[in-house]
Structure formats: structure tokens, C-alpha cells
Write a protein that binds this ligand. Structure first.
Ligand code: OGA
Ligand code: MN
Length: 210
């Protein structure tokens, strides 16, 4: 598929920026064209079949560990130049990064992203996406890659917005959810089938100690 750049003042991106400014999160059900969603899903499945997805760890650096009682997904980080579909997605996220920098003055410098596959029954308990020793992650973006998902199959992303107010997102292919990493606790509910996504974080320059 030919990579089609999207300008950073595209209405879809401006809507996401407005949502973030107003309430800290945005859900765009029709973010990706079907062909690109399918190509990304195929890439994720191929990597899984080749054994390239590994159990995700909890925490960071020397203290990270695999704990399926907290999160049970298998992941692989993506890099530019590996696959056309991934490069296309990274290009879109770069336009979104520019749009957020322009509209929200976040000073986002890069974007890191991984495929994630939750096998049936796997989940990720309630958490926030910012590590105590690394505050570079500013904005989280989750893109779902699942064909014909129905709510009874589970796998919702549950976001805790305010005291007693939760919002569930069904992980339907092509849907993008964006939220402020340090502000919105969330969890992934177990599903009855494989649940595929591309999850990423926009980061600013950090004040790392090491
Ligand atoms: C994560 C996460 C949400 C989702 O990977 O940190 O919360 O819906 N993912 O996959
Ligand atoms: Mn998360």
C-alpha cells in the first residue's frame, strides 16, 4: 500500500487535539482505512506466528518483571523500515505528534510503539502509563486491529475518567484512543478471542537520572 501522508492540520487530528485539551482523552472510531488496519493486523499475526512476540514486562529497567497476574499480553516493539504498513502508521502518528505540539505545547519529541496480542483470557489490571522513575511518556495512543469485534467478546479498554465514571472502548479495528498518560487510570478486560492492537506513547525529553 502506498504511504499517504496526512497533514498535521487535518480535521481528524485537530479533533483529537481539541478532545485532549477539553477532557484529556479522545476516541476516533474510524481513524484508519480498513485496508491499512488489515495490513497491520496481518503484520501482527505474522510476527506472532514467527514467535517474535514476547510476554510483556511490568515496570522498567532492572526492576521489570513478567507478571501474568498483572498483564498477560505478548508484545513486539516496532521500528521504522520493517514493514510498509508500520511505516504508514508511524507517519500518521508523527503528524499527530506535530498537531499536539502545535495545539497543546507538549514538546513531544518521539513516539515508541509496540504490537500487543492478548490471548483469550489475558488482561491488564488497572494502571497508569507513566513510570515513577521516568516521566517522559505524555500521551498514550492505542489503535485496535480486530476484525468484526462484538461487545460480548469482551476485551474492552476501561478508562476511569472521574470519581465513579468509567468509559469502555470496544477494541474494534480502525479505532484509535488517545489519552494523557499520567492522568487516566485504565485497564484491559479479558476477551474470548485474540485481541490485537498497536499501543504507543508520545514522549518529551526526560529528566532521567541514568
Ligand atoms: C497498555 C494499555 C490498552 C489497550 O498497553 O499500557 O493500557 O486497550 N493498553 O490495549
Ligand atoms: Mn496502559
Amino acid at each position: 500500500m502506498r504511504a499517504m501522508p496526512i497533514p498535521s492540520d487535518h480535521p481528524l487530528l485537530l479533533r483529537i487535539v481539541d478532545d485532549l485539551a477539553e477532557r484529556g482523552w479522545s476516541q476516533q472510531n474510524l481513524f484508519l482505512p480498513d485496508a491499512l488496519t488489515r495490513a497491520l493486523a496481518a503484520e501482527c499475526r505474522q510476527r506472532a506466528a514467527e514467535g517474535e512476540l514476547a510476554p510483556a514486562a511490568v515496570g522498567r529497567g532492572p526492576f521489570s518483571e513478567i507478571r501474568e497476574g498483572i498483564r498477560g499480553d505478548r508484545i513486539q516493539w516496532i521500528e521504522p523500515g520493517q514493514a510498509q504498513a508500520c511505516d504508514h502508521y508511524l507517519g500518521l502518528m508523527d503528524s499527530l505528534r506535530e498537531a499536539m505540539n502545535r495545539g497543546l505545547f507538549l514538546g513531544l519529541e518521539d513516539f515508541e510503539s509496540h504490537f500487543a496480542l492478548y490471548p483469550p483470557g489475558a488482561f491488564y489490571l488497572k494502571h497508569v502509563d507513566r513510570f515513577r522513575d521516568d516521566d517522559r511518556r505524555m500521551v498514550s495512543a492505542v489503535l485496535y486491529l480486530n476484525d468484526a469485534w462484538s461487545a460480548e467478546q469482551g476485551g474492552q479498554l476501561r478508562m476511569y475518567l472521574d470519581e465513579g465514571v468509567a468509559h469502555d472502548v470496544t477494541p474494534v479495528g480502525g479505532c484509535l484512543v488517545v489519552f494523557l498518560s499520567g492522568e487516566i487510570p485504565h485497564e484491559v478486560l479479558p476477551a474470548t478471542r485474540d485481541r490485537l492492537s498497536l499501543t504507543g506513547w508520545f514522549r518529551r525529553r526526560g529528566n532521567e537520572l541514568f
